[in-house]
Ligand binder design. Structure first.
Ligand SMILES: [Mn+2]
Length: 366
């Protein structure tokens, strides 16, 4: 049985453009901690292999301390580490992969063609290749087939499955023909979960830390167990901070701050939130600055966006000789006969939805 810790797309030294300069600096230093936590995870769980499928660095010229911290951490995994450089950190004579001295247990793939690294103690062979420039338009597995020699064959690549573009487009048919038991991929930043093409299982772990609101929620790596032909994968969260979207409905709220606070999740202390204010608000020209400060008492960083609509006088058109007028007169009668507050609330909501539908506006948020 083989236990593999599979990570990709760390993007160390990413600029974190959505944050203040101070917070971006803090994020970069937190990101630099990621390899250490990855190594700890490998050691604690007793991994047989660590596979890192490219884009470890955001650019080919990372800070020296970042590359050194990565090399140091990877020396502490207690097992072989294999790296397949990606389009953000291609292998080249001036890349940190060539310039830095890496610990003995770290193997870096250096060629665009597939290279075999036999692991006799583990009864497996790891095949991998590298981006050697910022793009490649061929499939790295074109014509590739691992020998049927009784070994378990594992692959590691930075590639774009079913992609058409410049980042190693990889047809699923090439994966199916590869003879690999597991293919550890990098490039796509959302975790794919375990996929299958023919007899080959493949997966993208996604990036282990989000860098913006297009990389939401829990992020991490994969713990892959290979037992003969059977492959299983477990997602392990690793992100220090999550990006999350939150909606705060201000409808009927006298104090927007209270509505905002009650919408914030209790476990967001370390997270980066985008709070979208919705609903009908009586407050014209909401002041977002104090609301942002208030939100940041419950999370690490917040953006606050105003998407509220100003409350309209619902009944102003009740006397019109139109369908809208008829609808409003009917609803007014029902409201007058409402048995309790609950029913009143539901009817008022029905009026808002009905008006939105009749006027072809977007439905108000319920
Ligand atoms: Mn990437």
């Amino acid at each position: 049985m083989l236990h593999i810790l599979h990570g990709a797309d760390l993007h160390l030294d990413a600029p974190f453009t959505g944050l203040s300069a101070e917070q971006a600096r803090q994020r970069r230093s937190e990101l630099r901690e990621l390899p250490r936590r990855l190594a700890e995870l490998a050691r604690e769980r007793g991994a047989d292999l660590v596979l890192l499928s490219g884009d470890l660095f955001d650019g080919s010229d990372p800070y020296a301390e970042t590359a050194q911290a990565l090399a140091r951490a990877l020396g502490q995994t207690g097992c072989p580490v294999l790296i397949a450089p990606g389009n953000h950190d291609p292998y080249g004579p001036r890349s940190p992969y060539a310039l830095l001295s890496w610990p003995e247990n770290v193997h870096i793939f250096r060629t665009a063609a597939m290279e075999a690294v036999p692991m006799p103690k583990l009864g497996c062979t790891v095949w991998g290749c590298a981006f050697t420039g910022v793009s490649r338009e061929d499939s790295p597995l074109d014509g590739f087939a691992a020998p049927r020699d009784g070994d378990v064959h594992i692959g590691i690549l930075h590639a774009d499955v079913e992609g058409k573009g410049r980042y190693a487009p990889l047809p699923e048919s090439d994966i199916a023909a590869s003879g690999l038991t597991y293919l550890a991929l990098g490039h796509i930043h959302a975790c794919s979960g375990l996929q299958r093409a023919g007899e080959t299982a493949w997966a993208y772990p996604g990036c282990p830390e989000g860098r913006g609101f297009d990389e939401l929620g829990e992020k991490g790596c994969l713990w892959v167990t290979v037992d003969g032909a059977s492959v299983e994968a477990e997602f392990l969260p690793l992100a220090r901070r999550r990006y999350r979207l939150v909606e705060a409905d201000l409808s009927g709220a006298d104090r927007p701050g209270d509505a905002l606070l009650s919408a914030l999740p209790a476990d967001a202390g370390d997270d980066i939130l985008r709070v979208v204010l919705t609903g009908e608000s009586d407050v014209e020209g909401l002041d977002l600055t104090p609301l942002k400060a208030l939100a940041e008492t419950k999370c690490w960083s917040a953006q606050v966006l105003d998407r509220t609509t100003v409350r309209r006088d619902l009944w102003s058109r009740a006397e019109e000789d139109t369908l809208t007028g008829l609808f409003l007169r009917q609803m007014r009668l029902r409201l007058e006969g409402a048995a309790d507050e609950d029913e009143r609330g539901r009817l008022e909501e029905a009026v808002r939805f009905g008006l939105a539908a009749l006027e072809h506006r977007e439905e108000p948020m319920a």
